[in-house]
Design a protein. Structure first.
Length: 345
């Protein structure tokens, strides 16, 4: 059994905790949170201890691994201590607020040879994995263009009272929403290396962006567009999609469906020349515990299996998340350096 602790019992923390509690190879040994209400509820109904202080939980219960689900501004300090103690770490996205922090954590994880993962769950969604198969096996030919999008109703009125409105805590559409799409583009096509233009636009917020539009180029010279808006009220929840054009086909994919066109009969098994539709229900392997989507259990299961040595630690590593942070930094710098009035104070 892998002894696991959790730091931060907010929305994502509770989600992770539910999955961890049902995992056959995990024993939850402690939860750390600063909320008295949260701790009192967990004390009453849960079988594990709660703590207000991280060091007390670590010293008393000695977890093998810890999940960190706190505001981004706290990631570097917490994760650094965990790594120095020889503890495997899963941390929520985005990875860090600045590049030196992320670079330091990558070095430490490598130094101590610890399993490390960041919560970019799109890599565990079967439709996006199918697109990765198309690209890696050349079924779309040479990739010529992409469009990465995400929309949702996160900030739909003037909002100044939460971390989402504070750039020093990781707030803003670019950090919170667009990071998912950037990470997916890096994974499916190749790492983004250039930003040719960016617009960071507030809609309801004063100190952060609510929408992000950018022209990007990858290391393989593929150009494309990033379009993300978390103040889009026509969507019930976050909707992420990617469109990829190639010389031998085109794919339009989101978390529920793939629409793919192949120019020739050289296509994957189960597909034909012309247009094809596949749905997530046809592609997703079953998981032991379903909560919000199979991908949330799948990413945790992969992390635990990496600790057990059953799979390589090669998905959503600190190093790959740092590449996403580099793109975030490039988009910010491009916006500011092109004479825009920055919305960060």
């Amino acid at each position: 059994m892998i002894k696991v602790g959790l730091i931060g019992a907010g929305k994502m923390g509770i989600s992770h905790l539910s999955i961890l509690g049902a995992h056959p190879d995990v024993e939850v040994v402690g939860v750390v949170d600063t909320s008295k209400i949260v701790n009192e509820v967990l004390d009453k109904y849960a079988p594990f201890e709660t703590f207000y202080d991280m060091d007390k939980m670590l010293n008393k219960n000695s977890p093998d691994a810890v999940f960190v689900a706190v505001p981004t501004k706290h990631h570097a300090l917490i994760v650094e201590e965990l790594l120095e103690r020889g503890i495997h770490v899963f941390v929520e996205k985005p990875f860090c607020l600045n590049l030196p922090q992320g670079e330091m954590l990558v070095r430490l994880a490598n130094k101590y040879r610890l399993v490390n993962q960041v919560g970019y769950h799109n890599k565990f969604i079967a439709t996006f994995e199918e697109v990765k198969n198309f690209i890696d096996n050349g079924y779309l030919g040479r990739i010529t263009h992409f469009m990465g999008e995400a929309y949702g109703p996160v900030v739909t009125k003037k909002n100044t009272g939460s971390w989402r409105s504070n750039p020093d805590e990781g707030g803003g559409c670019l950090m919170d929403y667009a990071s998912h799409v950037i990470d997916l583009i890096n994974y499916l096509i190749s790492p983004i290396c250039k930003v040719h233009g960016s617009i960071l636009k507030p809609i309801y917020s004063s100190n952060v962006d609510d929408s992000v539009y950018s022209l990007l180029e990858t290391e393989t010279k593929v150009t494309g567009v990033l379009s993300v808006n978390w103040s889009e009220e026509t969507f019930r929840k976050m909707f992420t999609s990617i469109t990829i054009n190639g010389t031998e086909g085109k794919v339009i994919c989101d978390s529920t469906e793939i629409k793919v066109f192949f120019k020739s009969s050289r296509c994957p098994e189960g597909y034909t020349k012309g247009w094809n539709n596949k749905y997530i229900s046809e592609l997703t392997p079953t998981v032991d515990f379903y909560l919000r989507g199979e991908e949330y259990t799948a990413q945790i299961d992969y992390f635990i299996k990496s600790i057990l040595g059953e799979v390589p630690n090669d998905k959503n590593t600190f190093a790959s998340a740092l590449m996403t942070d580099h793109v975030i930094s490039k988009i910010k710098n491009n916006y500011v350096n092109n004479g825009q009035n920055t919305i960060w104070r």
